[in-house]
Design a protein around this ligand. Structure first.
Ligand SMILES: Cc1cc2ncn([C@H]3O[C@H](COP(=O)(O)O)[C@@H](O)[C@H]3O)c2cc1C
Ligand SMILES: O=C(O)c1cccnc1
Length: 334
């Protein structure tokens, strides 16, 4: 029997009606296959939040001002943000990366200093970053993930902070899928209808300015933020180490989309943790033919969906390892 058949057999002969653990069963199968074992384990879970500022944020595409990115880094470092609370609750290690925030942090030791520049250029009139910047993003995150791998981590999640980054994600998703820009553009931090119309107008002009781009790296270079690009690089590096990847909401999924276009095999290790309220996310999950574990109307980012879904991922592993089988428990099977 193949490993897949063995895993399915082990799942099916647990003391429960066939298929009764629903989506958790699919998750267990995915984890067993990714780790190539009938007894998977989660080790030293880690979440990295990458932060960066966006030139496009100067053009009024967000309900909040750009300086919130910098202020939220200080909040992360003071353990005051949602992601701090949820990681602490579930014993997940948390690292914060300055990928390109518009502000100085004076060598703060609790922050990883991978700043490329103080924000990208606005993609309404330029490419957001140079190809050298993009390569530097990938190199930084590869080194970081390799360091985390040395600590024994085999499951990793990615969060982001960057005012304006739902715009960046919308452009990436539109460029790399057949999802229309209108269906990609949502309220982000909470734009009203008028704000969404203006955001769509600005992004439509930007798309017309750049024309059709389909090469995944060029799309990331053109529309990405430094935090988005470092997430893509970190995902590719984590897959090389055969870690399980926890994918968060719309923005992290846009970063994942670029990684997937570079290496489609990465989907075998990806766990889609939650479905964001941002309109395009459901369509993007459909594109991946995946269903997210949670649907809580979250629209936050920071990796919060990953941290909240982590106990379910633990449950998927634990039932496979620890639950009795019909045979071991002496329960009659049909
Ligand atoms: C206080 C605050 C904390 C956040 N944490 C994550 N985001 C989220 O909102 C931003 C994206 O939405 P938009 O494209 O509309 O700017 C990102 O920073 C994302 O991480 C936040 C936003 C705010 C305001
Ligand atoms: O789904 C997300 O990643 C998201 C949605 C809105 C704001 N920030 C993040």
């Amino acid at each position: 029997m193949s490993l897949k058949e063995d895993l399915q057999h082990k799942i099916d002969f647990k003391t429960k009606p066939l298929g009764a653990l629903g989506q958790l069963e699919n998750l267990t199968l995915k984890i067993g296959l990714a780790q190539n074992t009938l007894t998977p384990k989660l080790k030293n879970p880690h979440l990295i939040v990458f932060a960066g500022d966006h030139g496009i944020a100067q053009e009024g595409v967000s309900a909040y001002p750009p300086e919130v990115t910098y202020q939220m880094i200080l909040n992360f470092l003071n353990n005051g943000a949602a992601i701090n609370i949820f990681c602490k609750q579930n014993n997940i290690n948390l690292s914060i990366v300055d990928a390109g925030v518009n502000g100085d942090f004076d060598g703060n030791k609790n922050l990883i200093h991978h700043k490329i520049a103080k924000g990208t250029k606005s993609f309404s009139s330029d490419k957001a970053m140079s190809i050298e910047d993009l390569e530097q993003c990938f190199e930084y995150s590869k080194n970081l993930v390799n360091d985390i791998a040395k600590q024994g981590t085999n499951i990793i999640g990615f969060g982001e902070m960057g005012i304006g980054n739902t715009s960046s994600a919308s452009m990436i998703v539109n460029a790399l899928t057949d999802i229309s820009l209108e269906n990609c553009v949502g309220r982000g931090t909470g734009l009203d209808n008028e704000g969404v119309t203006k955001k769509l107008e600005i992004l439509t002009k930007a798309r017309d300015f750049h024309g059709n781009i389909s090469d995944p790296k060029e799309v990331l270079q053109t529309f990405g933020g430094y935090e988005v690009a470092q997430i893509t690089g970190a995902m590719l590096a984590a897959f090389e180490k055969n870690m399980l990847l926890m994918v968060d909401g719309f923005i992290a999924s846009a970063a994942f989309l670029v990684a997937y276009k570079i290496n489609p095999e990465i989907k075998n290790n990806a766990i889609f943790c939650h479905q964001s309220q941002e309109v395009g996310h459901r369509l993007l999950l459909d594109y991946f033919e995946e269903k997210a574990l949670l649907d809580l109307d979250l629209r936050l980012g920071e990796g919060t969906g990953c941290a909240l879904a982590y106990p379910l991922i633990e449950a998927a592993v634990n039932f496979l390892n620890d639950m009795a089988s019909f045979e071991s428990a002496g329960v009659s099977n049909k």
